[in-house]
Write a protein that binds this ligand. Structure first.
Ligand code: GDD
Ligand code: MN
Length: 391
């Protein structure tokens, strides 16, 4: 789907060129929509008088949100309503709205009042001062989430970290790449093919658009008062799909100097194989039905065999290029000893981070352990990369 370079001319109004078009994607927002429209129209008029339009893009909500919006068009002449009966989905709703928009600045805001309307003024100012893109962010000064659970915060941040690893050139450009509250100059995305995958349209805009300067404004993501969120586990899967797709279909600027993602993934897979080796040996040695050795002794042996397993795979696969250049036995042995030491230190870091996170950040031992494992994995990877294989 593409945004036209110039606004469409077949709109049945006198004005064909305006400054600002704001899209409100809605699905089952009957109890919010009237309030949202009223607040937004009044607020925008304060700043740019009549030079704007508000476009509600509703996916034929069964609660007839579109009908409520349409009934307000007489009172609010800058309001337009699209009722979509063929297509579905948040991202495609936003893009369809932009395609019909007449503004030279294109924005989007949720229709459930979770995005505070006051922030619009600062976003508009950011653009007026020269930014190509202005993003409302939960993760800078003045930003936050009102009362999210530890698990939800963790999932949200985890998704962001994953994205940063996969697509540093896209997610690294803003503090809140998951934001659904932003505005962008038409010229930055005109003529570019945007894929309406998933929920996170901002990733498409940054990944495929031609975005120079970016302004960010802090905001607190409010709790929903009416209706309910449409986010389910499906959106997480779609998000992964979206990351992969962007990764495969966009040019990665500065890829050479950035994080060696391929190596890291191989290293992670090898680490996972070590878990199975460790488990199997532990079973063989300590289980009452097998050798029935004491637990600690069994674990030390199992752990060391797992480390050996990981070393072999990493040397032959993850860092194949390096070991090919240095095949002599004393080189291999040296790498193995270093690998052992680094992993031992990694174990220490693992325990330390687990305790720190559990006691001071998230009082949930499994989440804390995941964080600890992640930190230790990155440590193991990075230090082995620099020390054992000297890449
Ligand atoms: N047209 C249309 N079609 N609208 C949709 C659809 C859809 O399939 N799914 C959701 N919406 C609308 C909702 O009605 C709401 O106005 C907005 O999109 C956001 O949906 P929510 O379900 O309320 O999402 P959320 O609150 O979990 O997350 C939102 O806020 C995040 C933080 O800024 C989203 O906008 C995220 O993209 C955003 O990052
Ligand atoms: Mn919401």
């Amino acid at each position: 789907l593409q945004i036209p370079e110039f606004p469409p001319q077949n709109v049945t109004t006198d004005k064909t060129n305006i400054y600002f078009s704001l899209i409100i994607p809605t699905y089952k927002e009957r109890d919010n929509i009237a309030k949202v429209i009223k607040i937004l129209c009044e607020l925008i008029e304060e700043f740019i008088s009549e030079d704007y339009e508000l476009i509600v893009v509703d996916d034929d909500s069964p609660d007839r949100t579109w009908e409520v919006a349409q009934s307000m068009m007489a009172e609010y002449p800058n309001l337009r309503v699209m009722r979509r009966q063929q297509e579905r989905g948040l991202s495609s709703a936003v893009i369809r709205g932009w395609q019909a928009a007449r503004g030279s600045v294109l924005g989007v805001i949720d229709g459930d009042l979770q995005h505070p309307p006051e922030v619009l003024a600062q976003l508009l100012r950011g653009i007026a001062q020269g930014a190509d893109l202005a993003v409302a962010s939960r993760h800078i000064e003045g930003g936050g989430v009102s009362s999210w659970s530890a698990v939800r915060r963790f999932l949200s941040r985890g998704a962001q970290v994953l994205g940063l690893i996969f697509l540093p050139g896209v997610l690294g450009r803003v503090s809140d790449p998951m934001s659904g509250y932003f505005m962008v100059r038409r010229s930055c995305i005109a003529g570019v093919t945007l894929n309406p995958v998933g929920y996170k349209i901002l990733l498409e805009v940054i990944g495929r658009g031609n975005v120079g300067e970016i302004a960010e404004v802090g905001y607190v993501f409010c709790e929903r008062q009416e209706g309910e969120s449409k986010v389910t586990w499906k959106q997480y899967i779609e998000y992964l799909h979206h990351l992969l797709r962007l990764r495969l279909t966009t040019k990665q600027v500065g890829q050479k100097s950035s994080f060696p993602i391929g190596r890291f993934l191989r290293f992670g897979l090898v680490g996972l194989s070590g878990v199975f080796v460790d488990m199997a040996i532990l079973y063989l040695l300590s289980d009452p039905t097998t050798l029935a050795l004491p637990l600690t002794r069994s674990k030390i042996i199992a752990g060391e065999i797992a480390v050996f397993n990981n070393f072999l795979w990493n040397d032959a696969w993850t860092f194949a290029d390096v070991s090919q250049r240095q095949q002599e036995w004393h080189h291999r042995l040296k790498r193995f000893l270093k690998f052992n030491l680094v992993c031992l230190a990694g174990l220490g870091i693992n325990v330390l981070v687990l305790n720190l996170v559990f006691n001071f950040v998230i009082p949930n031992r499994y989440i804390a352990n995941l964080v600890a494992i992640a930190v230790a994995t990155v440590w193991n990877f990075w230090v082995n990369l620099k020390l054992s294989w000297r890449v």
